[in-house]
Write a protein that binds this ligand. Structure first.
Ligand code: HEL
Length: 429
């Protein structure tokens, strides 16, 4: 183990899409904890990846509006990559799986690992109130550390209002530097969404508070803890947390934000502080590094078995019973019976999927350099079925997807519920 020294699209299936997005009505997620993680098949016994299908998923992503898209699979038989389109619309450079990009909420898995290492070091307990560690911070002493990590605190997501108008919302914060306290206050100014612990309701606020806990307990910046506990030990040379620097250093991908107004040109959103997200979403990485990280995590190289078990204890996030959330970690159950673990990310200009099998033997990272374009995100999710189930996604057509699938993406009947529909309808988050 590498433990540290101290140890909104509407109508058709709207409810389904909303819950998949993690913005579910409380009812869908109030169910009792899901059964324990499925075990088979794992990386060793899965169908072989279908590289044509992988490419088709990327082409579908481009057809849905992404300038570029890529996917990288690694397993004991080696590394396979597919790319389509461009990584920069001005230079015309081709998409490149070695280039860096913003990973959005995949950052939450890194934050969870740091916090769970602190649990392993007995510096914090999952079921103790957050206010025990940060006295008076939250308005309810019943909110525990576990509630934060499972999105069950009831703290509203301040980013819903912040990005209600997509481009104006983004431009208003692009160069802004927030303190944690300022972000938390934005949430506290809104009504809470649930009683603590009652239901799953995805909120970036939870992981802002996780960042505050990390800094309080370690007396270091969260950036230093990511570096010391994960990035350095795993040799993730292309992974960084540079908040509030606005650049992505080195070879990188340019990200493009889709305006809400139909036909308006894409906005280059590559440079920003991501201060609005911080420990909830401000990291930069590459497909290789994300696969190394997810694989090491699932192989038990970052956490004690007790903490990894806690992370893998999942509850459903939607009514399909194929999408689950543990502690800063998602599980998707795919059509071939495989369960994959990881996280998704949406940050202006970038969609990411970073998943691995329970044994960590097969990993896949996919990204597209567009956002606020739900159909592109759904199409990109088709890479999961291709990589882990060897299954073809529905083929894109000019008007959407073939095979009778709804315009939002491949039909659930094709095996994969619409993968991660972040903001199902523009302006309706
Ligand atoms: S949303 C999610 C995803 N998470 C959450 C977090 C992340 N990302 C955000 O909160 C981004 C908010 C604005 C994104 C912006 C766009 O598309 O670029 N959209 C708008 O401004 C719409 N008006 C649950 C999908 C996750 O997968 O966990 O990442």
């Amino acid at each position: 183990m590498l433990l540290p020294p101290t140890h909104r699209r509407l109508a058709v299936g709207a409810a389904l899409l909303a819950v998949v997005a993690g913005v579910a009505p409380a009812t869908a997620a109030q169910a009792a904890p899901a059964p324990a993680a499925r075990t088979a098949p794992t990386g060793g016994s899965l169908p072989a990846p279908d590289l044509d299908a992988l490419d088709q998923a990327l082409l579908n992503t481009l057809a849905a509006g992404a300038p570029g898209a890529m996917a990288r699979i690694t397993d004991p038989s080696g590394v396979r990559t597919k790319t389509e389109g461009v990584r920069d619309r001005v230079t015309g450079e081709a998409m490149d799986t070695r280039a860096r990009f913003r990973i959005g909420s995949v950052t939450k898995t890194f934050s969870s690992v740091v916090l769970l290492q602190l649990v392993d070091e007995k510096k914090i307990e999952l079921d103790r109130p957050v206010n025990d560690y940060l006295p008076g911070l939250l308005p309810d002493d019943r909110i525990t550390v576990r509630h934060l990590l499972t999105h069950r605190s009831g703290l509203s997501d301040y980013t819903n209002a912040m990005f209600y108008q997509t481009v104006p919302g983004f431009e208003a914060v692009r160069n802004k530097v927030f303190t944690h306290q300022e972000l938390l206050q934005l949430s506290l100014d809104e009504p809470r969404t649930t009683e603590p612990g009652v239901s799953y309701k995805y909120s970036n606020t939870n992981f802002v508070v996780v960042g505050m806990l990390i800094e309080k307990l370690t007396h270091h910046k969260a950036a230093d803890e990511y570096q010391r506990r994960i990035i350095k030990p795993l040799g993730l040379r292309d992974t960084s947390y540079v908040h509030p620097d606005t650049r992505i250093k080195g070879a990188h991908i340019s990200g493009y934000l889709t305006p809400d107004e139909a036909g308006a040109p894409l906005v280059d959103s590559t440079e920003q502080t991501v201060s609005w997200a911080q420990s909830a979403g401000a990291m930069i990485s590459t497909p290789a590094d994300l696969s190394t990280f997810m694989s090491a995590l699932l192989k038990g190289r970052l956490l004690s078995s007790t903490s990894l078990d806690a992370m893998l204890t999942m509850t459903p996030t939607d009514a399909t019973n194929t999408r689950f959330y543990g502690l800063g970690l998602r599980r998707y159950d795919l059509s071939c019976g495989a369960s994959v673990y990881g996280h998704t990310g949406t940050v202006q200009g970038f969609y990411t999927y970073a998943f691995t099998t329970r044994d960590g033997k097969r990993s896949m990272t996919a990204m597209a350099n567009v956002s606020n374009q739900g159909a592109a995100n759904t199409a990109l999710g088709g890479t999961l079925e291709a990589a882990f189930c060897g299954k073809k996604p529905a083929q894109a057509t000019a008007r959407g997807f073939a095979a009778g699938a709804p315009a939002t993406g491949p039909a659930p009947a094709a095996g994969l519920a619409p993968a991660e529909v972040d903001l199902p309808e523009r302006n309706s988050r």
